[in-house]
Design a protein around this ligand. Structure first.
Ligand SMILES: Nc1ncnc2c1ncn2[C@@H]1O[C@H](COP(=O)(O)OP(=O)(O)OP(=O)(O)O)[C@@H](O)[C@H]1O
Ligand SMILES: [Mg+2]
Length: 246
């Protein structure tokens, strides 16, 4: 279970003169649930977007099973079919039904026939409790339901790794639990996940590894016990104290 799946190596990212990530370096092994925590603006989304090739790193690289996916000539579509992403704002296709949202990638990226794609989509919609809504359009769903459809859509591609960027931040408080419950179940099943989150209880209870970012660098990383019970860095202590008071 300790084979590296994703290795982020000396990754830096600047927008013009604004340095957003500096020399970020960490490894995700098969079955790891890595939670990335940190203040707003610390570079968490930019890091996930670099890992998913939605941004091009300025320096450094990202390896997937040892292959440099940031190198020229590597195929971002094939890679993204293996490393899926769930966004804060769901990013569903609003003009398409729940079922069509979940079959689109299977049909047009993986070139599956309609029947096979629908079967896979349904299995994954069942898994997140959204099978009764296959004919609904996203606007007819609550935020929690939309996010569960987005997770089913990502799962349908049978990814090796799922990246989540604050998947519950846009939700009303009563809907956070239903999405976190799905994510807990995926973790239990051994899916490798990288989760940017402000849900400290989730990070503490579900993750195998916690990365604390501040100002574009990894300030501290370790097991949940290392970070939440024995933080070594004054910035980590200060950041976590804000959540303890809340
Ligand atoms: N496309 C872009 N062009 C210019 N600056 C950007 C771009 N994307 C991000 N930034 C800047 O990079 C910094 C880090 O942003 P990022 O969104 O990665 O932070 P974050 O940790 O995800 O914050 P939050 O918790 O608010 O989501 C911010 O100062 C932001 O303004
Ligand atoms: Mg962000």
């Amino acid at each position: 279970m300790s084979e590296p799946v994703i290795e982020v190596r000396h990754l830096s990212k600047s927008f013009g003169t604004h340095v957003v990530l500096r020399d970020v370096d960490f490894t995700v092994n098969a079955g790891d649930v890595t939670c990335i925590i940190g203040a707003s603006g610390s570079g968490k989304s930019t890091l996930l977007r670099c890992i998913n090739l939605l941004e091009t790193p300025t320096n450094g690289k990202v390896l997937f099973h040892g292959n440099d996916i940031t190198a020229k000539g590597s195929d971002p579509c094939a890679y993204r079919a293996k490393v899926g992403m769930v966004f804060q704002s769901f990013n569903l296709f609003n003009n398409m039904t729940v079922l069509d949202n979940c079959t689109a990638g299977l049909r047009y990226v993986l070139h599956q026939d309609k029947e096979t794609a629908q079967k896979t989509a349904l299995e994954n919609l069942e898994k997140v409790g959204m099978a009764p809504y296959i004919h609904a359009k996203p606007r007819q769903l609550s935020g929690g339901q939309k996010q569960r459809v987005a997770i089913a859509r990502a799962l349908a591609m049978q990814p090796e790794v799922l990246l989540f960027d604050e998947p519950t931040s846009a939700l009303d408080p009563q809907m956070v639990g239903e999405v976190l419950a799905v994510m807990r179940q995926l973790a239990k099943e051994g899916l490798t996940m990288i989760v940017v989150t402000h849900e400290m209880a989730f990070a503490r209870d579900v993750s195998s590894h916690v990365v604390y970012m501040a100002d574009g660098v990894i300030c501290e990383e370790g097991t949940p016990a290392d970070i939440f019970e024995h933080p070594q860095n004054a910035k980590t202590v200060e950041f976590l104290s804000r959540f303890r008071q809340a």
